[in-house]
Design a protein around this ligand. Structure first.
Ligand code: NAP
Length: 483
C-alpha cells in the first residue's frame, strides 16, 4: 500500500469524520488544519440564544456514534458541540488538529499538493480533503448608518456574549431559521423584541420534548432500540421530505404546505398579524422553518413584527420606510451566509495553473458534489451541488466519505497516482442537475440562498435515493486517472 499524506481542512463535523475514516483504514499520516482555536465548525461558530438543530438529534449524529444521552428531540447547539468534541477525543482526532492555522493556499505541483498556512508552514500532501462547511461566511448586507448605531450590533454567527440582553430592547433583522430560533429564545427575556421581516416564512410545527431519564436509560442498555429509532426517523425524514421538495407537484409537498398553513391559521389569532406572517410563495421554496412555538412567541405583547422596509440605521435604532424609529439597545443581523464560498478564500491552483476561482467564476460546481475537474486528489465534503437544506448533513458527509475512501483506495493501491472527475462527466452531471432543478419546489417563486446567480438551485436536485446510489461506488470511467 502506498503511504499517503493527508491534509484535512476544517475540524467541523465533516473534518472529524474524514480523520476517523482515514485512520480506521490504516492511514496514519493525517493532519487536520483548523483556523480557529477549537473544533466544531458551525456549532463552534453559532452560539446565539436558542440555537438548536432542527434535524432530530438521533439522526443528527454519526451512525457509528449513536448518543443515548441527547437531552431533547432537537438538542441545543452547545450539546451538539460537546458531542463532536467527545467523539473527536474518543477517536484520537483532537491531537491531529493544528489549531489556529489556516490553509492559505494549495498548489498542485508534480503530483502532490503544496500547502501553505497562515503560520508560514509549507508542506506537501498527496491528498487534500476540504471539509470547510457550506454556510460559514456571514452575509452582512449594507445598511445605511449601521456604524452610527449606539447599541451593540453583530451578526448572529458572531454573537457577543458580553452584551446583556435581559430586560433590554433587542431587534433582529431576518426571518430565517436562525432569526426564528433567536426570537423564540429571547422574547420571554427581553423588554421588547422587534423582528424585522423582509419576507414572511412558512413555519412547520415540530414539538421538542425533553428526553426522559427512563428513555435515555433504555437507549443506553439497549443500543438496538436506539439504532431502530434512528433508522426510523432518518427514513421518515428523508423519504417524506426529500421526495417532496424535488417535485413541486407531489402530494408530499402539498401535505407540507397544508401543515404549514394550518399552523399559521390555528396559531395566530390577530388577522392582521396573521396576514403579515403569511408568505406569498409556496412552502419549502425557501428552507422550511421548523419551530415548536414561533407563532406563540411572536404574539406576546412585547414582540413587534416590523414589516416595513428598513430605511436606515440611526444611533437610537432602526428607521423603517413608514417613518417609525424602532429604538433598540441590541441589533442582531440574522442575515444569513454567503453560500458560494466552500473551500475559498483558500487559493487553490490545480493542473496547468488553473485557479479554482477561475474554474468557479460562473458558479461553484463539483461532480457529484465531491470532485472538481483539473483538481486531482482534492475531495470536497458537503461541497457544491450536494443535498443541503432540511437534511442531516452528517448522513450526507458519511456517504460522501465512504465514496471518497474508495477513490483513496485507488491511490493507496497504486492503481493511479492521481484522480479527478473528468470534465465530460462533470459537465453531463451539471446539465442533468440543472434540468432536474426546474421541477423542484425551490424554483417556484421565492428568493433563497439555494439559488445561484441564474436562479437555479445550487443543490442536489435529484432524489435522495439517487444520491445514495451514486455514493455507493465511484464510476471510475467518470474520472481522469494518471499513473
Ligand atoms: P437565511 O435563511 O439566509 O435568512 C437570512 C434572512 O435575512 C432572511 O430572512 C433574509 O430576508 C434576511 N435578509 C438578508 N439580507 C437582508 C436585507 N438586506 N434586509 C432585510 N433582510 C435581509 O439565514 P439563516 O437564518 O442564518 O439560516 C441559514 C441556513 O442555516 C438555514 O437555511 C439553514 O439551512 C441553516 N440553519 C439551520 C438551523 C438548524 O436548526 N438546523 C438553524 C439555523 C440555520 P429574505 O428572506 O427577504 O431574503
Amino acid at each position: 500500500m502506498r503511504r499517503l499524506r493527508f491534509a484535512i481542512i476544517g475540524s467541523g463535523m465533516a473534518g472529524i469524520l474524514a480523520a476517523i475514516r482515514l485512520r480506521e483504514a490504516g492511514h496514519d499520516d493525517v493532519t487536520v488544519f483548523e483556523k480557529a482555536d477549537r473544533l466544531g465548525g458551525t456549532w463552534r461558530e453559532n452560539t446565539y440564544p436558542g440555537i438548536a438543530c432542527d434535524v432530530p438529534s438521533y439522526v443528527y449524529s454519526y451512525s457509528f456514534e449513536p448518543n443515548p444521552d441527547w437531552s431533547h428531540r432537537f438538542s441545543p447547539g452547545g450539546e451538539i458541540q460537546r458531542y463532536f468534541e467527545g467523539v473527536a477525543d474518543r477517536y484520537g482526532v483532537t491531537p491531529l488538529v493544528r489549531f489556529s492555522e489556516e490553509v492559505t493556499s494549495l498548489e498542485w505541483r508534480d503530483g502532490a499538493w503544496d500547502l501553505r498556512t497562515s503560520q508560514g508552514a509549507e508542506e506537501r500532501f498527496d491528498v487534500v480533503i476540504a471539509a470547510t462547511g457550506v454556510l460559514h461566511h456571514p452575509n452582512i448586507p449594507h445598511f445605511e448608518g449601521l456604524e452610527t448605531f449606539r447599541g451593540a450590533a453583530f451578526h448572529s454567527a458572531r454573537w457577543d456574549h458580553d452584551v446583556p440582553l435581559d430586560g433590554r430592547r433587542v431587534g433582529v433583522i431576518g426571518t430565517g431559521s436562525t432569526a426564528v430560533q433567536i426570537a423564540t429564545a429571547l422574547i420571554p427575556r427581553v423588554e421588547r423584541f422587534t423582528l424585522f421581516q423582509r419576507t414572511a416564512q412558512w413555519v412547520i410545527r415540530v414539538d421538542n420534548p425533553e428526553i426522559t431519564d427512563a428513555e435515555k436509560e433504555r437507549y443506553r442498555t439497549d443500543p438496538a432500540k436506539l439504532e431502530s429509532v434512528r433508522a426510523q426517523l432518518a427514513s421518515a425524514f428523508r423519504d417524506a421530505f426529500s421526495a417532496a421538495v424535488i417535485d413541486a407537484d407531489s402530494p408530499g409537498i402539498k401535505a407540507v404546505e397544508d401543515q404549514c398553513r394550518r399552523n399559521l391559521e390555528d396559531s395566530v389569532v390577530d388577522p392582521v398579524l396573521r396576514e403579515k406572517l403569511r408568505p406569498n410563495y409556496r412552502a419549502a421554496c425557501k428552507r422550511l422553518i421548523a419551530s415548536p412555538d414561533f407563532y406563540e412567541k411572536i404574539q406576546e405583547p412585547n414582540a413587534v413584527l416590523a414589516t416595513e422596509a428598513i430605511e436606515r440605521i440611526e444611533p437610537e435604532g432602526v428607521r423603517t420606510a413608514d417613518g417609525t424609529l424602532h429604538e433598540l439597545d441590541v441589533l442582531v443581523l440574522a442575515t444569513g451566509f454567503k453560500p458560494d464560498r466552500f473551500v475559498r478564500p483558500t487559493r487553490v491552483v490545480g493542473v496547468d495553473g488553473v485557479d479554482l476561482d477561475d474554474a468557479w467564476r460562473t458558479r461553484p460546481n463539483a461532480y457529484l458534489s465531491v470532485s472538481v475537474p483539473g483538481f486531482p486528489n482534492l475531495f470536497l465534503l458537503n461541497g457544491p451541488n450536494g443535498p443541503v437544506g432540511n437534511f442531516s448533513l452528517i448522513e450526507v458527509a458519511e456517504m460522501q466519505m465512504a465514496y471518497v475512501m474508495q477513490l483513496v483506495d485507488v491511490l493507496a493501491e497504486e492503481r493511479a497516482r492521481s484522480v479527478a472527475a473528468s470534465a465530460e462527466a462533470s459537465a453531463a452531471f451539471e446539465a442533468e442537475r440543472r434540468e432536474a432543478a426546474m421541477r423542484t419546489i425551490w424554483v417556484t417563486g421565492c428568493r433563497s440562498w439555494y439559488l445561484d446567480d441564474e436562479g437555479i438551485p445550487a443543490s442536489w436536485t435529484f432524489t435522495f435515493q439517487r444520491f445514495t446510489d451514486e455514493m455507493r461506488a465511484p464510476k471510475l470511467d467518470h474520472y481522469v486517472l494518471t499513473s
